[in-house]
Write a protein that binds this ligand. Structure first.
Ligand code: Z5A
Length: 222
């Protein structure tokens, strides 16, 4: 029985972390197993994130968000974080039939390092392939939000990390990256209007997950 990988993507402050936790809560009982009627019964849910989904990844996250570095260095560290994360957390969980809800994954590298930093897209695709061994999400929820609105949300929260200080133009290039990816991969990337209040966004996400769920229970029984 193979699990499912559901990824949350979008610009800073779009509400990924909030919505990932909301979906996990809505799907599960306190012990972390799917209990929502209609969903494959008893399937455990795991929540994780990039960068920082492993012990090593936690150290890489501190480096990545804590200090200035050359763009290729940054790209290689995100790839290293992902390789460890896939090997240590995501693949074993999927092999055990778990559903993995992940805050950022391969599309963030294309959007941030590719469109944002201007690094070679073919090279990024290759590194993503190396880091994941070809694993792609079953569903990517792209929380679509105006860049300025997202940044204003994170600034209200008092965040001040390195990438969030970068200029608006950088974040707009990142946004273009997500837009382009959504056009290129409509089979797995679903845009969600993230400008609404949190509960409305959660409801929209739940509907999308339900729609994508329909073929899943049968496959889970095989
Ligand atoms: N990065 C990269 O460059 N390349 C890569 O390959 C990968 C990542 C994997 C991770 O930092 C950084 O790594 C990120 C990209 C880069 N860039 N930065 N900075 P992070 O994990 O610290 O940051 P983030 O991923 O961008 O998450 P975030 O800033 O915490 O945003 P979020 O998770 O999307 O949003 P949130 O935490 O759920 O909500 C933000 C605030 O808005 C918070 O106060 C909420 O209460 C509020 N909020 C949430 N939803 C709403 C709604 N609907 N209305 C109003 N207010 C809301």
């Amino acid at each position: 029985m193979q699990g499912k990988l559901i990824v949350f993507e979008g610009v800073e402050g779009c509400g990924k972390s909030t919505q990932l936790q909301a979906l996990a809560k809505q799907l599960t009982a306190p012990e972390g197993r799917i209990t929502t009627p209609g969903y494959p019964e008893g399937v455990p849910i795991i929540t994780t994130r990039e960068p920082g989904g492993t012990l090593l990844g936690g150290e890489l996250r501190q480096l990545l968000l804590g200090r200035a570095m050359a763009s290729p260095t940054e790209l290689l560290l995100y790839a290293a974080d992902r390789a460890q994360h896939v090997e240590e957390v995501i693949r074993p969980a999927l092999a055990a039939g778990h559903w993995v809800l992940c805050d950022r994954f391969i599309d963030s590298t294309v959007a941030y390092q590719g469109y944002g930093r201007g690094l070679d897209l073919a090279l990024i695709q290759l590194l993503n392939q190396v880091a994941t061994g070809g694993l792609t999400p079953d569903l990517t929820l792209w929380l679509q939000l105006d860049v300025a609105m997202g940044l204003s949300r994170t600034r209200q929260r008092g965040d001040n990390d390195r990438i969030e200080q970068a200029d608006l133009a950088f974040h707009q290039r990142v946004q273009l990256g997500f837009e382009t990816l959504a056009q290129q991969h409509p089979e797995r990337i679903v845009p969600i209007d993230a400008a609404h209040p949190p509960a409305a966004v959660t409801a929209a996400i739940f509907t999308v997950v339900e729609q994508h769920l329909q073929p899943w229970p049968n496959r889970l029984q095989t």
